[in-house]
Design a protein around this ligand. Structure first.
Ligand code: UDP
Length: 353
């Protein structure tokens, strides 16, 4: 029996193709939702079946966020109980969240194998992204199977002596393709600019980033800025800094709507990891408002620029349409199929790098 564990919006988005594939092949599995991001769960819950296990009551703290330590501690405690009761053969975790680390560690303590989706992303800077660089590095030490999304990720894992490394691509490509086909999109471009900013390490400079976007909007009146504002209070408290009439603040949007937006914008300003990849899949330029990125592939192929806090200087570059994308550096959209083939033993579990 495989347990698929997630606790946040990006984990659900990147795991739903794998869950669909497990179901499609009738491979026994159960689903755990830790409730780490309860406020964003409603926006993506329809992508996955209802969970078999949930820690939401343990994590829920109405009106107040858990600290990193509180989330970690609560998830560990609840997972320990679950793993004592049910001897899962494998636990599948994704990415670098507190959920992924806590579940991986508790699985390890209970002699349950850990398989890690999107393994090997690194900036080699523990402060950027924080605390994700530490989380994913520790998970790679624990994991018995590492599903790497890119050649660079494989390289990073080999250097760290990680076990059973498989280059499978990133499941985000599967997720994007799923909706592309379902909704029969064509490539589009408009005068819209998508903005999302929420990263923990940017909280201390969030005021400056908001002012940058406000100034860009004032000096580019032909562009319309659409900004699904993250519910985190460290982000929300700055919304009054935005007064330009061409900035539209909206609630977080559902995933298909988000992809439609990305598909039609002129360019994107973001500090999100997943949106850098989605922008690449849909051939959009992206200004990455971070000091470091682990998605260097987007920068390397000329679709992204790492701008830190100085976003405005790169706007003229972002406004120039990119050439057609020949091949995605994040894979061909077959990652879930490859992951499930390996998990089910259809393909050998040995190193495949
Ligand atoms: N996303 C969404 N609606 C929104 C904002 C983001 O569906 O209003 C999606 C986005 O397309 C991406 C994921 O959420 O797939 C990114 O999540 P987030 O930015 O929270 O985390 P990160 O990617 O930095 O881990």
């Amino acid at each position: 029996m495989i347990l698929v564990a997630f606790g946040t919006r990006p984990e659900i988005i990147k795991l739903f193709p794998v869950i669909h594939e497990l179901k499609h092949r009738s491979i026994p599995h159960k689903i755990l939702f830790t409730g780490q991001h309860l406020d964003l769960y409603e926006d993506v819950r329809t992508l996955v079946p209802d969970p078999d296990f949930s820690f939401t009551e343990i994590l829920s703290r109405p009106g107040k966020d858990n600290t990193l330590g509180e989330s970690y501690h609560k998830i560990c405690g609840a997972a320990e109980g679950l793993f004592r009761d049910i001897p899962f053969e494998t636990v599948l975790v994704q990415g670098d969240t507190t959920t992924a680390l806590a579940i991986a560690q508790m699985a390890f303590y209970n002699n349950i194998g850990v398989a890690h989706v999107e393994a090997g992303l690194r900036t080699f800077d523990m402060g950027n992204p924080y605390p994700e660089e530490l989380n994913r590095t520790l998970i790679s030490r624990i994991a018995e199977i590492n599903f790497a999304p890119t050649r660079q990720a494989v390289h990073n894992l080999v250097r760290e002596d990680a076990k059973n490394i498989h280059l499978v691509g990133n499941t985000i490509v599967d997720a994007v393709n799923h909706f592309k086909q379902k909704m029969a999109w064509r490539p589009k471009s408009s005068n819209k600019v998508l903005v999302t900013l929420h990263r923990r390490e940017n909280h201390v400079v969030m005021d400056r980033l908001f002012d940058e976007v406000q100034n860009i909007a004032v000096t580019n009146t032909d562009l319309d800025f659409i900004w699904p504002l993250h519910p985190n209070p460290h982000v929300q408290k700055h919304r009054k800094r935005l007064s330009a009439p061409n900035i539209r603040i909206v609630e977080p949007v559902g995933y298909p709507e988000m992809l439609e937006l990305i598909n039609e914008v002129c360019f994107i300003i973001t500090d999100s990891g997943g949106i850098q990849e989605e922008a690449t899949c849909l051939n959009k330029k992206v200004l990455v408002a971070r000091e470091k990125t682990e998605r260097t592939e987007t920068i390397d192929i000329g679709l992204g620029r790492l701008v830190g806090r100085t976003i405005s200087a790169s706007v003229p570059w972002a406004r120039i349409a990119p050439p057609p994308l020949s091949e995605s550096p994040y894979g061909d959209g077959d990652a879930a199929n490859k992951i499930v083939a390996i998990l089910s033993g259809e393909e050998k579990r040995g190193a495949d790098t």
